[in-house]
Design a protein around this ligand. Structure first.
Ligand SMILES: NC(=O)c1ccc[n+]([C@@H]2O[C@H](COP(=O)([O-])OP(=O)(O)OC[C@H]3O[C@@H](n4cnc5c(N)ncnc54)[C@H](O)[C@@H]3O)[C@@H](O)[C@H]2O)c1
Ligand SMILES: O=C(O)C1=N[C@H](C(=O)O)CCC1
Length: 246
């Protein structure tokens, strides 16, 4: 039986994780922590693995505390950059523990990111539109950042230059953000959970890759897969692609 602590247990994702873990025969929730709670061996209630969905401002600190408490971590909170990954990788390796951090646990979203990377070298233009509920605190989404970086890597490896764009004047920022040269646009709309479109264009044709999470249950198969496999992957794993065999 895998003993699971949930950090951010009262949040939108934490609530879904508590329910999903509770419904599994091979795991149980042994601790539910929220903002203001201290992460320690005692408060984690003998957990083997902690699932962390909190806020970009607190996630890295929580992961270091989990490693200090001797617990492996599955992290879905966004806001991670390369320096933060490096610090967590070093800490996990030194502690002989495992951390898996993924910007998106939905199977469709992971596949959409991979499809975008495969398609990117074949198209002159590429833009990412992410669409989320208006209670989301960060923009662009972690998924959009990862998608844009993947597209940029694939374009670079294929020798493609900048995406074509004749814009000379954009005083209101209508062309969106640029992540590694790829334009990224963020929509916040009541009624949405999480969606993303990757638009790829060539003369006379367009390919649209779209993924929609209509409900937070969409993230649970990926979260449970990560909980079951994280401890057999020492150090830091970013994304669930490798766990899915992609
Ligand atoms: N990886 C994925 O598949 C995925 C999916 C959905 C959301 N997310 C990300 O997960 C994060 C949380 O999203 P949400 O919609 O659940 O947010 P939320 O605001 O509903 O929940 C966050 C919870 O964390 C708690 N919290 C804040 N600081 C804390 C701390 N230091 N220790 C413990 N708990 C703390 C808050 O009280 C809140 O209950 C965001 O970064 C979001 O982008 C990732
Ligand atoms: O609801 C959110 O917040 C989400 N955050 C992740 C992101 O920023 O990519 C994943 C999708 C949902």
């Amino acid at each position: 039986m895998k003993r699971v602590a949930v950090i951010g247990a009262s949040g939108r994702m934490g609530t879904a994780v508590v329910k999903a873990v509770g419904a599994c025969a091979d795991m149980e929730v042994v601790a539910r922590l929220n903002g203001g709670d201290t992460i320690s061996r005692e408060s984690l209630g003998g957990a083997d693995v902690a699932v962390e969905f909190t806020s970009p401002a607190s996630s890295e600190r929580n992961v270091h505390a989990l490693l200090d408490a001797g617990v492996d971590a599955v992290v879905g909170t966004t806001g991670w950059d390369d320096d933060a990954y490096a610090r967590v990788r070093a800490h996990a390796e030194e502690a002989g523990r495992s951390v898996l951090i993924a910007p998106n646990f939905a199977i469709g979203a992971v596949l959409a990111m991979r499809f975008a990377q495969i398609a990117a070298p074949f198209f002159e233009s590429a833009e990412v539109v992410e669409m989320h509920h208006p209670d989301k605190v960060d923009a662009p989404s972690g998924t959009a950042i990862a998608t844009a970086r993947g597209i940029a890597r694939a374009r670079g490896a294929a020798g493609l230059g900048d995406v074509p764009d004749a814009t000379e004047s954009d005083p209101h920022g209508a062309r969106g953000a640029r992540i590694d040269g790829v334009p990224v646009h963020a929509v916040r709309l009541r009624g949405l959970t999480a969606s993303e479109e990757v638009l790829l264009g060539n003369p006379g044709e367009q390919l649209v890759i779209r993924t929609d999470s209509f409900d937070r249950v969409s993230f649970m198969p990926g979260v449970l897969l990560a909980v079951r496999s994280v401890s057999s992957r020492p150090g830091l794993t970013v994304g669930i692609e490798s766990v899915m065999g992609l």
